[in-house]
Design a protein around this ligand. Structure first.
Ligand code: GTP
Length: 496
């Protein structure tokens, strides 16, 4: 993401100030000038950049700061909080309610990624336990219904649309009525776009809104739209009551700043960002976490959310029990793979860990490892219950058994062999994890336990990874954060 460059430029400005012999008004001005240039280069609205600069200066009041106070820290904090408020309009997004048919309508210009985003949104909420259904109210673009149908089929989500009806409001209404009757609790209405803001589009949006009376209207904006974002967002907000924003395509070369700062125009929060074409390249957005990651400080809360998202709370004690007492089995390995797949791209997860970054995983390695896990799961699908629950590896030394598993799964015999090796490695790692104390999330970890755990984890981690994490000291910080973050909900499947 080009935004990473913005993060490092801001960091550079703050670091430069730290090395100045005296942190005075002049040093602060120079630092803010550098930050402002970086923000403008990332397409953030110029007026907002000026506002950020003024607000930091007002907050810091450098000449009045008491002697002995760490001025650099005060400035850093002010920059952090101003960046957060720039991205956070302080209005709460609509919360989906269980047990009712929530109707969410998506609007945005053509090609901004609306249809793709509707599917990602439906899929993300399906994983949270909702029953989503989608409606294509786009009669403007030929092929729009087919695209939505295809997306929905892939994601296993029911859909509604029409090849003959030409009134989008009538389609939307009929779809919402049908899915309401069928008790779907998340009904998503995808509307049409136009290449530019024009009256016909806005009129159509108004009619659909009137017909379906949505609980929330989500405005989808392309992350690469630049300085034009503000006016675009404003035009949509003036027409319909936009309640939330999703910024797409924040991968690749998007500068992002324009679209991200357009929240000010809509006065509605960004709820998700799209980071790729795949259905799971979709991240929950929270301004503080985002700025934290932008400045390379990690996003511990996002990481914990991701883990708890994958391992529901009621299943965590079960996993902890297995981790602490049980013996490693193929079934546990299968469950761990399934958890990792649910988490989405590993580089995304890694970038949330303070001290690490998304680039810790080489380009393309994410997909390759997902493919590999999928194949291993296919192999395991052809194992018997006795094999999946076996605690004695000896049974896997029988050649005829391995041949049967390979044939049954349709995977090559060497892959079955690789799975056995992986199992052995994970089983050893599991054995070492068993000794780690204090992961139950209940009660604090004593300093001694923490030291013992760090020693043990240091031995478990590949040296390269440990260095990238900043050595044993960083690991210690990480463990402390884990403690304050509410403990570690049962195993860390990714590190395998
Ligand atoms: N790289 C990247 N591509 C995306 C993202 N979201 C959507 N796209 C791509 O953007 C293109 C346009 O997406 P659509 O979902 O068809 O756009 P739309 O806004 O629904 O267009 P209309 O239905 O014509 O209004 C597609 O090729 C998507 O795969 C994203 O987050 N990252």
């Amino acid at each position: 993401m080009v935004l990473a460059e913005l993060g490092s430029k801001i960091n550079h400005a703050l670091r430069n100030m730290g090395t100045a012999s005296v942190v005075d008004e002049q040093a602060l001005d120079a630092c803010l000038k550098e930050i402002a240039t970086a923000l403008i280069q990332a397409d953030v609205n110029i007026k907002m950049v000026k506002q950020l600069r003024d607000n930091v200066k007002r907050q810091v009041q450098i000449e009045d700061l008491a002697a002995g106070l760490n001025k650099k820290r005060v400035i850093e904090k002010a920059v952090f909080s101003e960046l957060c408020s720039m991205l956070d309009p302080s209005t709460e997004p609509y919360e989906l309610k269980k047990g009712k048919s929530n109707v969410v309508m998506f609007v945005g210009l053509q090609g901004n990624g609306k249809t793709t985003t509707c599917t990602k949104y439906a899929y993300a909420n399906k994983r949270k336990g909702y029953r989503p259904a989608m409606i294509c109210a786009d009669t403007f673009r030929a092929g729009a219904f087919d695209q939505l149908k295809q997306n929905c089929t892939k994601a296993g989500i029911p859909f509604y649309g029409s090849y003959t009806e030409t009134d989008p409001a009538a389609i939307a209404q009929a779809g919402v009525d049908r899915f309401r009757q069928e008790k779907y609790d998340l009904i998503i209405v995808d509307t049409s776009g136009r290449h530019k803001q024009e009256d016909a589009l806005f009129e159509e949006m108004r009619e659909i809104e009137e017909a379906v009376q949505p609980d929330c209207i989500v405005f989808v904006i392309d992350g690469s739209v630049g300085q034009a974002a503000y006016d675009q967002a404003l035009a949509f907000k003036k027409t319909v009551p936009v309640g939330a924003v999703i910024v797409t395509k924040l991968d690749g070369h998007a500068k992002g700043g324009g679209a991200l700062s357009a929240v000010a125009a809509t006065d509605s929060p960004i709820i998700y960002i799209g980071t790729g074409e795949h259905i799971d390249q979709f991240e929950h957005f929270e301004a503080k976490s985002f700025v934290s990651r932008l400045l390379g400080l990690g996003d511990w809360h996002g990481f914990m959310d991701k883990i708890t998202d994958v391992i529901p709370e009621d299943q965590q004690p079960d996993l902890i029990e297995k981790l602490q007492g049980g013996t490693f089995t193929m079934r546990i390995l299968y469950e761990q793979y399934a958890n990792i797949m649910k988490m989405g791209p590993m580089s995304q997860v890694m970038s949330m860990i303070p001290g690490l970054g998304g680039d810790i995983i080489p380009k393309g390695a994410d997909e390759a490892s997902h493919e590999r896990m999928k194949h291993f799961m296919t192999v395991m699908d052809s194992m018997t219950d006795a094999e999946l629950d076996a605690t004695d590896m000896k049974i896997f030394q029988e050649e005829s058994r391995l041949r049967r598993i390979a044939m049954g799964s349709g995977r090559p015999a060497r892959e079955v062999g690789s799975l056995m090796q992986e199992f052995k490695k994970m089983s050893m790692m599991w054995g070492k994890m068993k000794g780690l104390k204090g992961f139950s999330g209940k009660g604090g970890m004593s300093a001694l336990t923490q030291r013992q755990n760090i020693n043990q984890m240091t031995k478990m981690l590949p040296p390269g990874l440990l260095n990238q994490m900043g050595g044993a000291g960083a690991l210690q910080n990480l463990m402390r954060q884990m403690e304050s973050g509410g403990g570690f909900p049962g195993g860390f499947p990714g590190l395998g």
